[in-house]
Design a binder for this molecule. Structure first.
Ligand code: GLU
Length: 443
């Protein structure tokens, strides 16, 4: 059996870390199994779906490196859903219902008021042909409900949650098509999964009840349901699903200097029993992917932890992985020297500027003699050994503390603060360092 997974975002907004995690898990499972990964645009809701979000979803997946083998969209498949509805109607598994939203809401309230579950009472099933004709003559249009089979519990073995069971009698017959002919998500998703040969549906646990309903739809369409894996939801570090998480997407990550691989390494493992590792490629994430490692507790996402992971990964990233984002002229050796000190790639440009930009400016009057002396001391050092401690030792008798360090940093880097001088000085190099000190001294 060839594994086929799908990631099915609705283009009603940008992807956020929760969606990305679901997409990643589908991608990882398909890649691990040598299968196919489908991007399915769930745009049945024509009013809320927007083309700009479709484009953004593609861009975000491209940035993440999650390539799809196939792309489909639901809006191009309405005729398929129509055909499935006709089949279900023939089999007596869907029925027209005429209640208005207000009528349904009223019934719900009555049931809740009596302490009963607010399950649809199937009144529409009891309508006679004459009653139906009268309603239609009044101008009422039907919506369509899928008729659940109450005969036996719905059961499946969830790849993450284990054995699952739902009592269909406690569920309302789901509406699959609205009065205006538009489709709700439930049936189109089943038709697509079936016709696209999806073998594994991996999604958030907020879909568990939908799965119960959809399993019956697969069966009503004479198809075996796919395997299901429902993952625990992602929550913020403060403990509940935060608004912030819902808006944290690729853009925010990119702005924060997070590498795609860092985000993926994090999202592949949070909420699992496996450690989050500083992966520099997708291979180990594919290799290690395992539904059995997923926990049932909500997964906690913490931006600080991600930033720390990002730094660890950056310190190992090869030159080729970042070359197109480095300042012109920066070599693999330069990258290797600077890399251990970075928290994001953009900071490499600051370093480059410090190391190679024109930084010298005249120092304050009272520092000039001191810096002239420093230039001579620097010229006389053995630069093969750590030059900074030597320079400091050579100048210690004269000055100490801020009076010693501040003018040196300013003269050597043009800045008040920055990376450790012990790291910077060897990279600036003897010739340039001496020249900068002399220039600052006004020599
Ligand atoms: N469009 C649905 C959603 O975003 C897809 C759910 C599914 O994976 O079946 O929730």
């Amino acid at each position: 059996m060839k594994v086929v997974t799908r990631f099915a975002p609705s283009p009603t907004g940008r992807l956020h870390v929760g969606n990305i995690r679901t997409g990643l898990h589908n991608w990882l499972w398909a890649r691990k199994q040598g299968g196919r990964f489908i991007l399915r645009i769930d745009d049945t809701d024509l009013e809320r779906s927007r083309e700009e979000f479709v484009a953004a979803i593609r861009e975000d997946l491209a940035w993440l490196g999650l390539d799809a083998d196939e792309e489909d969209r639901q809006s191009a498949r309405f005729d398929r859903y129509e055909a499935a509805l006709a089949r279900l109607a023939e089999a007596g598994r869907v029925y027209p219902a005429y209640e208005t939203a207000q009528e349904l809401e009223l019934r719900r309230k009555v049931l809740l008021g009596r302490g009963l579950p607010p399950v649809y009472d199937r009144a529409a099933l009891a309508l006679t042909d004459t009653e139906r004709a009268r309603l239609e003559a009044e101008g009422r249009k039907p919506h369509w409900r899928f008729k659940l089979d109450h005969g036996a519990p719905i059961a499946w073995h969830d790849l993450i949650r284990g054995p699952q069971q739902l009592d269909p009698a406690l569920l309302s017959d789901p509406v699959v098509r609205r009065e205006d002919g538009s489709w709700l998500y439930m049936l189109p998703s089943v038709v697509d999964d079936l016709e696209m040969g999806v073998t594994h549906v991996v999604r958030g646990e907020d879909h568990v009840t939908n799965t119960g309903l959809q399993i019956q739809m697969f069966e009503a369409l004479c198809a075996a349901p796919p395997a299901f894996a429902h993952e625990a939801l992602l929550v913020g570090s403060e403990g509940k699903l935060s608004k912030r998480l819902g808006s944290l997407g690729v853009e925010a990550m990119r702005d924060a200097g997070i590498e795609p691989i860092a985000l993926l390494a994090k999202l592949a493992r949070i909420g699992t029993a496996l450690p989050v590792e500083p992966a520099t490629s997708l291979e180990p994430l594919i290799e290690g992917f395992d539904f059995a490692s997923f926990g049932r507790a909500p997964a906690r996402f913490d931006l600080e932890e991600l930033a720390a992971l990002n730094a660890r990964i950056l310190h190992q990233l090869p030159f080729e992985a970042v070359a197109d984002r480095l300042p012109d002229g920066m070599s693999a050796d330069d990258w290797a020297a600077i890399r251990p000190n970075l928290r994001n790639v953009a900071a490499a440009a600051d370093w480059w500027e410090i190391l190679h930009g024109h930084v010298a400016r005249p120092a304050a009057e009272e520092d000039r003699d001191f810096l002239a002396g420093a230039a001579e001391a620097a010229a006389g050092l053995d630069w093969r050994e750590a030059p900074w401690p030597q320079l400091v030792a050579a100048l210690k008798p004269e000055r100490s503390g801020r009076a010693l360090f501040h003018p040196l940093r300013l003269a050597l880097t043009g800045r008040d603060s920055g990376p450790e001088m012990g790291v910077l000085l060897p990279l600036i190099g003897r010739e340039e360092a001496v020249a900068r000190l002399r220039e600052a001294a006004g020599a």
